[in-house]
Design a protein around this ligand. Structure first.
Ligand code: C5P
Ligand code: MG
Length: 195
């Protein structure tokens, strides 16, 4: 199985690249941001709770996010692997994910980080906000807050997987196709080396 974490700040192209990776490696794409947006669009209890954090650019509490993720993984046991997009966002989420995978006799193959500098990210997100209908993409102060939360709470996740030699980086600047090629090469090299 190939279990990947697609990592990087908001607006680094995780969703775009995840779709392409899914098609190539036949993995199940799990985007916790998309799952929250689905719940919010249906005004579920979980959606309303998530909205109160997302609207401020803050993280939904770990227990809520981990519970939602676990449900999604357990509902899809017969897959060739998972691609986690936007999760884990904190070290406790990473520890919970590892525990869940151990129960399934699996492990994370690699965390691949898309690196993009802050000015470029803000530009991309505000542009996306014009069409996405995402209110958290439309307000520059919320966007900056999300980046700040990413730096403080989420970047330690890359160091966490780095301890196990599983953290990889790819520059997330350039054409979608060019970045995809670099991603595939980096993943294939890593998996090949380990085999
Ligand atoms: O992953 P994405 O950028 O689409 O997530 C949008 C928002 O959803 C985040 O800014 C955050 O408020 C929330 N979120 C979260 N925990 C996650 C994933 C997303 O709190 N693991
Ligand atoms: Mg996304």
């Amino acid at each position: 199985m190939l279990n990947l974490i697609l990592f990087g700040p908001p607006g680094s192209g995780k969703g775009t690249q995840a779709e392409k990776l899914v098609a190539k490696y036949r993995l199940l794409h799990i985007s916790t941001g998309d799952l929250f947006r689905y719940e919010m669009s249906h005004n579920t209890e979980l959606g309303l709770l998530a909205k109160s954090y997302i609207a401020k650019g803050e993280l939904v509490p770990d227990a809520v996010t981990i519970g939602m993720l676990r449900k999604r993984v357990e509902a899809n046991p017969d897959v060739k692997g998972y691609i986690f997009d936007g999760f884990p966002r904190t070290v406790p989420q990473a520890e919970a994910l590892d525990k869940l995978l151990v129960e399934k006799h699996q492990t994370i193959s690699a965390l691949v980080e898309l690196t993009v500098d802050e000015d470029e990210i803000v530009k991309r997100i505000l542009l996306r906000g014009k069409n996405s209908g995402r209110s958290d993409d439309n307000d520059e102060s919320i966007v900056r807050k999300r980046i700040q939360v990413y730096r403080k709470e989420t970047t330690p996740v890359a160091d966490y997987y780095g301890q196990f030699g599983k953290s990889l980086t790819v520059e997330g600047i350039g054409s979608i196709e060019g970045i995809f090629k670099k991603l595939c090469k980096t993943i294939d090299n890593h998996v090949g080396r380990k085999a």
